[in-house]
Structures are given as C-alpha cells and as structure tokens.
Ligand binder design. Structure first.
Ligand SMILES: CC(C)(COP(=O)(O)OP(=O)(O)OC[C@H]1O[C@@H](n2cnc3c(N)ncnc32)[C@H](O)[C@@H]1OP(=O)(O)O)[C@@H](O)C(=O)NCCC(=O)NCCS
Length: 106
C-alpha cells in the first residue's frame, strides 16, 4: 500500500494505492485474495481515503468481485508517463474522467 496523490479532472486528492496483490499459485481460488482486499479495504476506510489500483485486464474481474469499480479515462498519466492499462477505485459506481494524473507508480 502506498500514499498517492491523484488529480482527477483537476481535483486533487490523497488516496491509498494498492499494488502487488499476489497469492501463491498453489493456494489460488481459495478466498485468500479476497481476504487481502478486505483487509486493504478496512485500512483504507479507517484512514478515510479512497483506494486506487492499477491492473491488467485479466484480473479486473477479481477486483470487481472484491467490490472495486473500473475507472475510465483516455488520458491517464503516472509519474509523467502515459499509462494505458486498467485503473480501479473502491467506489460504488464506475468512474469516468477526462484526465487522471497519478503522482507515482505503486
Ligand atoms: C488475482 C489473485 C490475487 C486472486 O487471488 P485468489 O486468492 O485466487 O482469489 P479469491 O479466491 O479470493 O477470489 C475472489 C473472487 O474473485 C474471483 N476471481 C479470482 N481470480 C479471478 C480472475 N483472474 N478473474 C476474475 N475473477 C477472479 C473468484 O472467482 C472469487 O469470486 P467468488 O468469490 O464470487 O467466487 C491471484 O490469482 C494472483 O495472485 N494472481 C497472480 C498475481 C496477479 O496477477 N495479481 C494482480 C496484480 S494487479
């Protein structure tokens, strides 16, 4: 987990970035990934922040099952570099922004 600054359509907020969620291949599909995301969600809510994560399309379904939503933006930048993969947030509805600028990778 990492503190990140996110500027979404010009509005700056501090969020908690979730990265490197990983479960050993021998114990995949037993609920441990969901458990990790649940613990991360508790931490995020306790700190009164929004959560953000970067993900490849093949794992979007996993995060969606854990209650995270797709963020649409055709103009996403991370640490001054253009980013083209998926972004998700722990919001109730999918989000759509014209531009999303994240200050660091995580
Ligand atoms: C992605 C990963 C963390 C999931 O962990 P896991 O312990 O296998 O997942 P869980 O058993 O907790 O599954 C939680 C839910 O997500 C679903 N799910 C799991 N992997 C999924 C996937 N790749 N795509 C879609 N849904 C998935 C499960 O079916 C389950 O849904 P259900 O409870 O409705 O049945 C694990 O597969 C992994 O470590 N993968 C390799 C590393 C990786 O790609 N990490 C993501 C970095 S962005």
């Amino acid at each position: 987990m990492a503190a990140v600054e996110v500027e979404a359509d010009g509005v700056l907020s501090e969020m908690i970035g979730i990265g490197n969620v990983c479960v050993d291949a021998e114990i995949e599909h037993k609920g441990f990934g969901r458990l990790l995301m649940s613990a991360a969600g508790i931490y995020i809510r306790e700190n009164k922040r929004k959560g953000i994560l970067l993900c490849k399309s093949k794992v979007k379904g996993f995060y969606h099952n854990c209650g995270w939503q797709i963020v649409c933006s055709n103009n996403t930048w991370i640490n001054f570099e253009r980013y083209h993969d998926g972004v998700m947030m722990d919001t109730e509805e999918p989000q759509r922004y014209k531009s999303l600028v994240i200050n660091r990778n995580f």
